[in-house]
Design a protein around this ligand. Sequence first.
Ligand SMILES: *Cc1c(COP(=O)(O)O)cnc(C)c1O
Length: 349
Amino acid sequence: MKTINFNINDIVRPTIKALKPYSSARDEFQGNSDAMVFLDANENPFENGVNRYPDPQQRTLKSILSEIKNIDTKHILLGNGSDEVLDLIFRAFCEPNEDNIIILPPTYGMYSVLANINAIGIKEVRLSDDFQPKVDDILNMADSHSKVLFLCSPNNPTGNSFSGASIEALLSKFKGIVVIDEAYIDFSEEASWLERLNEFPNLMITQTLSKAYGMAGIRLGICYASTEIISILNRIKPPYNVNELTQQKAIQQLNLKELATNQINDILKERTNLIAQLKTVSFISKIYPSDANFVLVKVDDAVKRYDQLIEKGIVIRNRTTQPGCENCLRLTVGKSNENNILIKTLKGL
Ligand SMILES: *Cc1c(COP(=O)(O)O)cnc(C)c1O
């Protein structure tokens, strides 16, 4: 194990350090709900499946995730989508009008939106032409107020994974927190950085049930980090941030052991087919390598092709305004018949 000079107390905002967290009824007493009479939370006593407050620590759900991901529950925090988890990171570690974050465009749009909402500065270091982090430029850009570096790998909208060596160099040398957004990791050939969480005290990993696990509608985001970081986030999260229906549905789906794996394998097979077919479309000049469930392609005229597809009833994402993505379209891999319709339509344009 490397020794990295990192103390989370130097990063956390003073107001958060001093905070006395809200203590909910369900924090103060946790017991076997069948055996006890609960008169502590001003709930309606008539059962309908959701008349009780949900478990603020989502213990059953975390224990299932802990098994699937092979990590202790004390390293897990759950949120109302990754977006809530990312927002908690800003509110815990970034002082408004003082601190900044570093992002690597073209990348996921929420990092800069959340920075703007929270009055946090944004430093941008463009990815290289092959969409890899420029490690030296990033480290040179960082100053003493650079609290968080966001690495999205596999990256949205480009689809590629960042090189392991670059990520490791940044983890070792960046003085703040490094968040690796692994929303698409289950589609990737690369291993999750979860395996190496213990080596890097400044590492936070975010994942989601929205993509590979097929549950975008329930809003369940996951954060993995050191116990110190998790306990800081626990102090500021809304007590009942993951609702009962979400917890139940996630538990039910995750217990269908083969389901996600089978669907991921199907989607990967479809991705291979789709890429093969896209190569035969005359106005597609480049297909970027994908480690995710979408493919970025360069076309002759992104606005024109986007409008034509809408006209034919197919909605894709036009990414042409993103830096380095001129005339690029992002295509989500659908079911076999959906991909066939896309290809047929593209060929007919
Ligand atoms: C889709 C996506 C997410 C997921 O966000 P949720 O709020 O969990 O649905 C996170 N990061 C990236 C890069 C994404 O593309």
